[in-house]
Design a protein around this ligand. Structure first.
Ligand SMILES: [Ca+2]
Length: 432
């Protein structure tokens, strides 16, 4: 009774704080107001068997029996063992069966009209079956965390029209959501289905969630999310599908007319966002490399990314093979300053130096192509996708050809020229 008119909402809808203006009861009990009457009764009238308050508040919490194995604070029961539901005080407000193995053999909770909070955390629950809680019509808080739930049957939460908070975290085995699983939860505001093993949603999985504002589907293995599944989520404002496995699909968000914030892994989802989601409320945000206009439109770009990327990869692998396995003996010291190359003094070097100068010219070409590829990027305000796809990767694709393979070709030409000279010399000696 001391919680009445104490400035804190203890009842789900704050009934304990209604019509409290001017009601001061120093040293006595404040009754629930009735027909706008403010009534105080003496403390010795509490639990005296006589109904003094108009609504009987003074006799309500009397003779509460605390079940064996439970700790009770008024009508808040925390039980350390399984109790017989039939023996529970029907006026119980809060039940906590955390960490107890509950015999979940298909039984339904008996009618507990005053039960507002039910905690079934870590109870080895494997399935939420149809109508399991339907007699708990005033339940507003249900905690099912850290269980082994694999399936939520259809209409599992039937009758819980005042349920505002449903906690399902820590159920990694959950993979089956049935049709109309959440039907009836017309007051539920937030639903967190993250970090489960959910593969699929039937078309009306979210049917009845008319007040839902936040839906978290991240870290799942969902194959599809379409307008049929999201139909009915008219008031959804925040959707999180990061690492959910959901592929992008045209018009996938069309039925989410109130959506304001969207969390995804790729910017491509932001190209499909409904108009209510502003650019700065779609994540990840757009950057220089993400563009709906280009990446979505031209599949040829994606093909060329692969071709140029594979050319660069193969070229560099061949260079490693040539240099390390075949041409190990030819790895000589070829370090000299680039300014020597650029100065043009290479023309005046000796024969051995001329050989090195040829290598230096290859190096110079490498530096030049690096410069030409990156120079446009440096001066452009925005890096467009065409530059990203074609110009920058050319740099890494060209290097092995400019440096290693050109020197191999030159060496082959040199060997060919020497053998021709030798054959010519031999034929001369045979004639004379
Ligand atoms: Ca009384």
């Amino acid at each position: 009774m001391s919680l009445l008119c104490d400035g804190v909402n203890h009842c789900p809808n704050g009934e304990d704080e209604i019509d409290c203006v001017g009601l001061q009861c120093p040293g006595s009990l404040k009754c629930h107001s009735y027909e706008k009457q403010s009534i105080c009764i003496p403390i010795n009238s509490v639990c005296d068997g006589i109904r003094d308050c108009p609504l009987g508040d003074d006799e309500r919490l009397c003779n509460v029996t605390c079940p064996n194995g439970c700790l009770c604070s008024d009508l808040d029961f925390t039980c350390n063992r399984v109790v017989n539901l039939a023996e529970l005080d029907l006026r119980v407000n809060r039940l906590d069966f955390s960490h107890q193995f509950w015999p979940w053999d298909g039984r339904v909770f008996r009618s507990l009209l005053f039960l507002g909070e039910l905690v079934l955390k870590d109870t080895s629950l494997t399935e939420v079956f149809r109508g399991m809680f339907e007699n708990l019509i005033n339940l507003y808080f249900l905690d099912l965390r850290d269980n082994a739930i694999k399936t939520i049957q259809s209409h599992a939460f039937k009758g819980l029209k005042y349920l505002q908070i449903l906690l399902l975290k820590g159920n990694p085995l959950l993979q089956t959501i049935s049709e109309s699983s959440f039907d009836g939860l017309s007051s539920l505001v937030s639903l967190d289905l993250s970090r489960k093993n959910i593969n699929d949603f039937p078309n009306d999985a979210f049917k009845g969630l008319v007040a839902l504002k936040f839906l978290n589907l991240s870290y799942n293995k969902i194959h599809e999310f379409n307008t049929d599944i999201s139909k009915g989520l008219d008031r959804l404002e925040i959707l999180d599908i990061r690492q959910s496995g959901i592929p992008p699909k045209a018009s996938m968000f069309d039925s989410l007319t109130s959506l304001e914030t969207l969390y995804t892994d790729f910017y491509v989802f932001c190209c499909l966002k409904p108009p209510g989601v502003s650019r700065n409320r779609c994540f990840p945000p757009e950057d220089e490399f993400s563009s709906c206009k280009y990446l979505m439109k031209y599949s040829v770009l994606r093909v060329f990314i692969w071709i140029i990327g594979m050319a660069a990869l193969l070229g560099n692998i061949l260079v490693i093979i040539v240099r390390v396995i075949i041409d190990r003996s030819n790895i000589v010291k070829r370090s000299f300053p680039i300014w020597v190359i650029a100065s043009g003094s290479i023309l005046q070097l000796g024969s051995r130096q001329k050989k090195e100068a040829a290598v230096a010219r290859s190096l110079f070409m490498v530096v030049l192509t690096d410069f030409l590829c990156w120079f446009p990027v440096g001066i452009m305000a925005d890096v467009y996708v065409w530059v990203t796809v074609f110009v920058i990767p050319i740099n890494s694709a060209l290097n092995p050809f400019l440096y290693t393979f050109s020197s191999i070709l030159k060496r082959k030409r040199y060997a060919c020229w020497v053998s021709t000279l030798y054959l010519t010399f031999q034929s001369f000696t045979q004639i004379y």
